[in-house]
Ligand binder design. Structure first.
Ligand code: BG6
Length: 296
Protein backbone atom coordinates (compact mmCIF):
# COMPACT_ATOMS: atom_id res chain seq x y z
CA UNK A 1 0.00 0.00 0.00
CA UNK A 2 1.36 3.45 -0.86
CA UNK A 3 2.06 6.08 1.81
CA UNK A 4 -0.99 8.16 0.90
CA UNK A 5 -3.33 5.17 0.98
CA UNK A 6 -4.20 3.23 4.10
CA UNK A 7 -6.48 0.26 4.48
CA UNK A 8 -8.31 0.26 7.80
CA UNK A 9 -11.15 -1.54 9.53
CA UNK A 10 -13.78 1.15 9.71
CA UNK A 11 -17.22 1.74 11.14
CA UNK A 12 -19.26 -1.42 11.71
CA UNK A 13 -16.11 -3.46 11.04
CA UNK A 14 -16.35 -2.66 7.32
CA UNK A 15 -13.12 -2.25 5.32
CA UNK A 16 -12.25 1.35 4.47
CA UNK A 17 -9.56 3.04 2.43
CA UNK A 18 -8.25 6.33 3.74
CA UNK A 19 -6.42 8.68 1.40
CA UNK A 20 -4.40 11.64 2.54
CA UNK A 21 -2.28 13.67 0.15
CA UNK A 22 -1.10 17.30 -0.08
CA UNK A 23 -4.34 18.48 -1.72
CA UNK A 24 -7.09 16.54 0.05
CA UNK A 25 -8.19 13.63 2.15
CA UNK A 26 -10.93 11.08 1.52
CA UNK A 27 -12.47 7.99 3.09
CA UNK A 28 -13.99 5.19 1.06
CA UNK A 29 -15.83 2.12 2.29
CA UNK A 30 -15.46 -1.06 0.20
CA UNK A 31 -19.09 -1.88 0.99
CA UNK A 32 -20.78 -0.23 -1.98
CA UNK A 33 -17.57 1.53 -3.14
CA UNK A 34 -19.04 4.26 -1.02
CA UNK A 35 -17.11 7.54 -0.73
CA UNK A 36 -17.82 8.64 2.86
CA UNK A 37 -15.74 11.79 3.10
CA UNK A 38 -13.89 14.23 0.85
CA UNK A 39 -12.10 17.24 2.25
CA UNK A 40 -9.73 19.44 0.25
CA UNK A 41 -6.87 20.69 2.46
CA UNK A 42 -7.93 23.74 4.46
CA UNK A 43 -11.63 23.35 3.55
CA UNK A 44 -14.65 22.12 5.42
CA UNK A 45 -15.95 18.61 4.69
CA UNK A 46 -17.72 18.47 1.33
CA UNK A 47 -19.88 15.38 1.86
CA UNK A 48 -22.73 14.89 4.31
CA UNK A 49 -22.85 11.62 6.29
CA UNK A 50 -25.76 10.98 8.61
CA UNK A 51 -24.97 10.45 12.28
CA UNK A 52 -27.65 7.75 12.22
CA UNK A 53 -26.28 5.85 9.24
CA UNK A 54 -26.04 2.10 9.49
CA UNK A 55 -22.68 0.55 8.60
CA UNK A 56 -23.84 -3.00 8.05
CA UNK A 57 -22.55 -6.14 6.32
CA UNK A 58 -26.14 -6.85 5.36
CA UNK A 59 -28.95 -4.40 5.76
CA UNK A 60 -29.50 -0.80 4.86
CA UNK A 61 -27.02 1.07 2.68
CA UNK A 62 -24.85 3.81 4.17
CA UNK A 63 -26.81 7.10 4.48
CA UNK A 64 -24.73 9.94 3.10
CA UNK A 65 -21.50 10.27 1.14
CA UNK A 66 -21.80 8.99 -2.42
CA UNK A 67 -23.98 5.89 -2.77
CA UNK A 68 -23.52 4.14 -6.12
CA UNK A 69 -27.05 3.45 -7.36
CA UNK A 70 -26.87 0.66 -9.96
CA UNK A 71 -28.35 -1.06 -12.06
CA UNK A 72 -31.69 0.54 -11.32
CA UNK A 73 -32.73 3.81 -9.72
CA UNK A 74 -35.62 4.19 -7.28
CA UNK A 75 -37.83 1.42 -5.90
CA UNK A 76 -37.06 -2.22 -6.76
CA UNK A 77 -38.73 -3.09 -10.11
CA UNK A 78 -40.54 -6.13 -8.63
CA UNK A 79 -42.68 -6.88 -11.70
CA UNK A 80 -39.67 -7.26 -13.93
CA UNK A 81 -37.24 -8.60 -11.27
CA UNK A 82 -39.22 -10.57 -8.64
CA UNK A 83 -36.14 -11.12 -6.40
CA UNK A 84 -35.20 -7.44 -6.29
CA UNK A 85 -35.95 -5.98 -2.87
CA UNK A 86 -33.74 -2.92 -2.42
CA UNK A 87 -34.16 0.59 -3.73
CA UNK A 88 -31.47 2.07 -6.02
CA UNK A 89 -30.13 -1.33 -7.13
CA UNK A 90 -27.81 -3.70 -5.28
CA UNK A 91 -24.30 -2.33 -5.96
CA UNK A 92 -24.35 -0.12 -2.87
CA UNK A 93 -24.95 -3.16 -0.67
CA UNK A 94 -22.23 -5.41 -2.06
CA UNK A 95 -18.56 -5.66 -1.11
CA UNK A 96 -16.31 -4.25 -3.82
CA UNK A 97 -12.64 -5.05 -4.33
CA UNK A 98 -9.69 -2.67 -4.52
CA UNK A 99 -8.05 -3.48 -7.88
CA UNK A 100 -5.77 -0.51 -8.60
CA UNK A 101 -4.05 2.25 -6.66
CA UNK A 102 -1.76 5.01 -7.82
CA UNK A 103 -0.03 8.06 -6.40
CA UNK A 104 -0.22 10.27 -9.48
CA UNK A 105 1.61 13.12 -7.72
CA UNK A 106 1.88 14.45 -4.15
CA UNK A 107 -1.40 16.24 -4.93
CA UNK A 108 -3.43 13.41 -6.47
CA UNK A 109 -4.14 9.79 -5.54
CA UNK A 110 -6.28 7.34 -7.49
CA UNK A 111 -7.89 4.07 -6.53
CA UNK A 112 -10.17 1.82 -8.56
CA UNK A 113 -12.73 -0.50 -7.02
CA UNK A 114 -14.46 -3.29 -8.92
CA UNK A 115 -17.58 -5.41 -8.67
CA UNK A 116 -18.53 -8.41 -10.82
CA UNK A 117 -21.65 -10.50 -11.09
CA UNK A 118 -21.99 -13.18 -8.42
CA UNK A 119 -24.50 -16.01 -7.98
CA UNK A 120 -26.27 -13.63 -5.56
CA UNK A 121 -26.46 -10.77 -8.10
CA UNK A 122 -27.49 -13.12 -10.93
CA UNK A 123 -30.44 -14.30 -8.82
CA UNK A 124 -31.63 -10.69 -8.59
CA UNK A 125 -30.58 -9.30 -11.98
CA UNK A 126 -29.76 -11.97 -14.59
CA UNK A 127 -26.84 -10.33 -16.39
CA UNK A 128 -23.07 -10.75 -16.30
CA UNK A 129 -21.29 -7.47 -15.75
CA UNK A 130 -18.11 -5.78 -14.72
CA UNK A 131 -18.39 -2.51 -12.82
CA UNK A 132 -15.51 -0.21 -11.91
CA UNK A 133 -15.45 2.97 -9.88
CA UNK A 134 -12.29 5.03 -10.38
CA UNK A 135 -11.90 7.54 -7.53
CA UNK A 136 -9.37 10.31 -8.00
CA UNK A 137 -8.66 12.44 -4.93
CA UNK A 138 -6.95 15.83 -5.24
CA UNK A 139 -8.04 19.46 -5.46
CA UNK A 140 -11.11 17.94 -7.15
CA UNK A 141 -12.88 14.64 -6.44
CA UNK A 142 -13.36 12.73 -9.68
CA UNK A 143 -15.62 9.68 -9.82
CA UNK A 144 -15.88 7.56 -12.97
CA UNK A 145 -18.29 4.65 -12.95
CA UNK A 146 -17.72 2.23 -15.83
CA UNK A 147 -20.14 -0.57 -16.70
CA UNK A 148 -19.02 -3.30 -19.09
CA UNK A 149 -21.47 -5.79 -20.54
CA UNK A 150 -19.57 -9.11 -20.36
CA UNK A 151 -22.73 -11.09 -21.12
CA UNK A 152 -24.03 -12.46 -24.42
CA UNK A 153 -27.22 -10.42 -24.49
CA UNK A 154 -27.88 -6.66 -24.21
CA UNK A 155 -28.94 -5.08 -20.92
CA UNK A 156 -30.16 -1.66 -19.79
CA UNK A 157 -28.99 0.19 -16.69
CA UNK A 158 -30.13 3.23 -14.77
CA UNK A 159 -27.58 4.67 -12.37
CA UNK A 160 -26.60 7.55 -10.14
CA UNK A 161 -23.66 8.91 -8.19
CA UNK A 162 -26.10 9.91 -5.45
CA UNK A 163 -23.96 12.62 -3.85
CA UNK A 164 -24.98 14.02 -0.44
CA UNK A 165 -23.41 17.47 -0.02
CA UNK A 166 -22.74 19.04 3.36
CA UNK A 167 -24.19 22.55 3.58
CA UNK A 168 -24.44 25.28 6.22
CA UNK A 169 -28.23 25.70 6.17
CA UNK A 170 -30.78 24.58 3.60
CA UNK A 171 -32.55 27.93 4.03
CA UNK A 172 -29.45 29.79 2.82
CA UNK A 173 -28.87 27.87 -0.36
CA UNK A 174 -29.36 28.06 -4.11
CA UNK A 175 -28.80 25.29 -6.62
CA UNK A 176 -28.01 26.61 -10.08
CA UNK A 177 -27.64 25.14 -13.55
CA UNK A 178 -31.22 23.97 -14.07
CA UNK A 179 -32.94 27.13 -15.36
CA UNK A 180 -35.42 26.28 -18.12
CA UNK A 181 -35.22 22.49 -17.67
CA UNK A 182 -38.26 20.25 -17.28
CA UNK A 183 -38.33 17.89 -14.32
CA UNK A 184 -40.21 14.84 -13.11
CA UNK A 185 -41.54 15.81 -9.69
CA UNK A 186 -41.52 12.86 -7.29
CA UNK A 187 -42.68 15.00 -4.36
CA UNK A 188 -45.52 17.00 -5.84
CA UNK A 189 -46.26 20.16 -3.93
CA UNK A 190 -49.46 22.13 -3.43
CA UNK A 191 -49.52 24.34 -5.44
CA UNK A 192 -47.27 22.49 -7.92
CA UNK A 193 -43.82 23.97 -8.45
CA UNK A 194 -43.28 25.89 -11.69
CA UNK A 195 -42.15 23.34 -14.30
CA UNK A 196 -39.88 23.91 -16.30
CA UNK A 197 -37.56 25.34 -13.66
CA UNK A 198 -37.36 29.12 -13.48
CA UNK A 199 -34.01 30.44 -12.23
CA UNK A 200 -32.33 28.97 -9.14
CA UNK A 201 -33.68 26.05 -7.12
CA UNK A 202 -34.50 27.08 -3.54
CA UNK A 203 -35.46 24.31 -1.17
CA UNK A 204 -38.44 25.19 1.01
CA UNK A 205 -40.23 21.82 1.21
CA UNK A 206 -39.65 18.15 0.34
CA UNK A 207 -37.84 18.25 -3.00
CA UNK A 208 -37.35 15.16 -5.15
CA UNK A 209 -36.91 15.96 -8.83
CA UNK A 210 -35.36 14.32 -11.86
CA UNK A 211 -34.16 17.12 -14.14
CA UNK A 212 -34.28 16.04 -17.77
CA UNK A 213 -31.76 17.09 -20.40
CA UNK A 214 -29.26 18.24 -17.76
CA UNK A 215 -25.81 17.61 -19.23
CA UNK A 216 -23.83 20.57 -17.86
CA UNK A 217 -22.59 22.03 -14.61
CA UNK A 218 -24.56 22.24 -11.37
CA UNK A 219 -23.53 24.74 -8.68
CA UNK A 220 -24.64 24.67 -5.05
CA UNK A 221 -24.25 28.18 -3.57
CA UNK A 222 -23.88 27.80 0.20
CA UNK A 223 -24.25 31.30 1.64
CA UNK A 224 -23.44 30.19 5.21
CA UNK A 225 -20.12 28.54 4.36
CA UNK A 226 -19.52 31.20 1.69
CA UNK A 227 -18.58 28.63 -0.89
CA UNK A 228 -19.84 27.01 -4.04
CA UNK A 229 -19.87 23.26 -4.54
CA UNK A 230 -19.47 22.66 -8.26
CA UNK A 231 -20.42 19.45 -10.04
CA UNK A 232 -19.22 18.90 -13.60
CA UNK A 233 -20.05 15.71 -15.38
CA UNK A 234 -19.90 13.69 -18.58
CA UNK A 235 -22.11 11.04 -20.21
CA UNK A 236 -25.07 12.12 -18.09
CA UNK A 237 -28.22 13.90 -19.24
CA UNK A 238 -30.22 13.73 -16.01
CA UNK A 239 -29.66 14.99 -12.47
CA UNK A 240 -31.68 14.47 -9.32
CA UNK A 241 -32.07 17.13 -6.65
CA UNK A 242 -33.29 15.73 -3.33
CA UNK A 243 -33.97 16.95 0.19
CA UNK A 244 -36.38 14.95 2.37
CA UNK A 245 -37.51 17.94 4.49
CA UNK A 246 -39.49 17.42 7.73
CA UNK A 247 -41.94 14.50 7.42
CA UNK A 248 -39.79 12.22 5.27
CA UNK A 249 -36.79 12.78 7.57
CA UNK A 250 -38.93 11.60 10.47
CA UNK A 251 -39.90 8.47 8.52
CA UNK A 252 -36.29 7.52 7.74
CA UNK A 253 -34.81 5.45 10.63
CA UNK A 254 -31.22 6.09 9.51
CA UNK A 255 -31.49 9.87 9.22
CA UNK A 256 -31.81 12.45 12.01
CA UNK A 257 -35.02 14.47 12.20
CA UNK A 258 -33.12 17.75 11.83
CA UNK A 259 -30.38 16.63 9.45
CA UNK A 260 -32.24 17.85 6.36
CA UNK A 261 -31.03 21.36 7.28
CA UNK A 262 -27.45 20.29 6.65
CA UNK A 263 -27.61 18.40 3.35
CA UNK A 264 -28.73 18.47 -0.23
CA UNK A 265 -28.30 15.73 -2.81
CA UNK A 266 -27.37 16.71 -6.35
CA UNK A 267 -27.05 13.39 -8.12
CA UNK A 268 -25.22 12.74 -11.39
CA UNK A 269 -27.45 10.29 -13.22
CA UNK A 270 -28.49 8.21 -16.16
CA UNK A 271 -32.14 7.76 -15.17
CA UNK A 272 -35.63 8.02 -16.73
CA UNK A 273 -35.24 8.73 -20.47
CA UNK A 274 -31.44 8.73 -20.00
CA UNK A 275 -31.12 5.02 -19.08
CA UNK A 276 -28.27 3.30 -20.95
CA UNK A 277 -28.54 0.21 -23.19
CA UNK A 278 -25.33 -1.82 -23.53
CA UNK A 279 -24.86 -4.54 -26.12
CA UNK A 280 -22.36 -7.35 -25.35
CA UNK A 281 -18.79 -6.06 -25.10
CA UNK A 282 -19.87 -2.44 -24.85
CA UNK A 283 -19.00 -0.13 -21.94
CA UNK A 284 -20.30 3.16 -20.59
CA UNK A 285 -18.57 5.57 -18.20
CA UNK A 286 -20.47 8.10 -16.08
CA UNK A 287 -18.23 10.77 -14.58
CA UNK A 288 -18.72 13.43 -11.91
CA UNK A 289 -16.08 15.99 -10.95
CA UNK A 290 -16.66 17.83 -7.68
CA UNK A 291 -14.82 21.00 -6.71
CA UNK A 292 -15.08 23.79 -4.15
CA UNK A 293 -14.96 27.46 -5.09
CA UNK A 294 -15.13 30.42 -2.79
CA UNK A 295 -17.72 33.16 -3.16
CA UNK A 296 -16.18 36.60 -3.50
C1 BG6 B 1 -33.29 9.94 -4.11
C2 BG6 B 1 -34.68 9.63 -4.61
O1 BG6 B 1 -32.40 9.79 -5.16
O2 BG6 B 1 -32.95 9.02 -3.08
C3 BG6 B 1 -35.65 9.70 -3.45
O3 BG6 B 1 -35.02 10.51 -5.66
C4 BG6 B 1 -35.22 8.76 -2.34
O4 BG6 B 1 -36.95 9.38 -3.92
C5 BG6 B 1 -33.78 9.09 -1.94
O5 BG6 B 1 -36.06 8.93 -1.22
C6 BG6 B 1 -33.22 8.17 -0.87
O6 BG6 B 1 -33.33 6.85 -1.27
P1 BG6 B 1 -32.88 5.67 -0.32
O7 BG6 B 1 -33.24 4.40 -1.02
O8 BG6 B 1 -31.41 5.80 -0.10
O9 BG6 B 1 -33.66 5.86 0.97
Amino acid sequence: MNDCIQRVTGRGGLPEIHIHNDAASAEICLMGAHVLSYCPTGEKEVLFLSEKSAFAQTGPAIRGGVPVCWPWFGPAPREELPNATTSHGFARQMMWELVEQREVSPMRTEVTLALHDTPESLAIWPHRFELRLAISVGATLELSLTTINVDETPFAIAQALHTYFSIGDVNSLEVNGFDGLKFIDKAPAEPPAANPQVGSIRITEETDRIYLGHAGRAVICDFVHERQLVIDKSNSHTSVVWNPWVAKSQRMPDFGDEEFHKMVCVETCNVANDAVMLVPGMSHTLTAVISVQHCR
